[in-house]
Structure formats: C-alpha cells, structure tokens
Design a protein around this ligand. Sequence first.
Ligand code: ZN
Length: 74
Amino acid sequence: MECPHCEQELHYHDYYYTGRPESFYGTAGNGIYYPASNYKKMGDIYKCDNEECEMFDEFFYTDESKELHEGYPC
Ligand SMILES: [Zn+2]
C-alpha cells in the first residue's frame, strides 16, 4: 500500500472491526453462550512515516472494498 501523497510504502498500523471481538466468543462463566455472529473485520489502518507528510493526516485506512481513505476510522 502506497501513500497517495509521497508514494512511499505505508506502514501497517492496526486494523478495525465492527461487532464483538473474538475474545467474547463461546460460553461465558455464567453458562450463557455468545455466538460468533456480529464480528466483522472492516479494514486495515496504515501510517505514513515520511516527514513530508506531516502536514497531512498521517493515517490511512482501507474500507471493505479495499479502497484507501485518508484519516483514521472511527
Ligand atoms: Zn506519505
């Protein structure tokens, strides 16, 4: 993944998701079963380390269709 401003390779930073994370799957201590239903990975978060890009938002993220957007997903 390349930075749209300086074309330098972006560094993988993190990913983001919707729903409950995996640690909540399965049967909890109280015997209630939580199905692994609503967890869904939305995309990856990248960061540009180039000093020239400090004036821009240094974070980028991909959406579900792998398209790159500027900023940080909320
Ligand atoms: Zn850059």
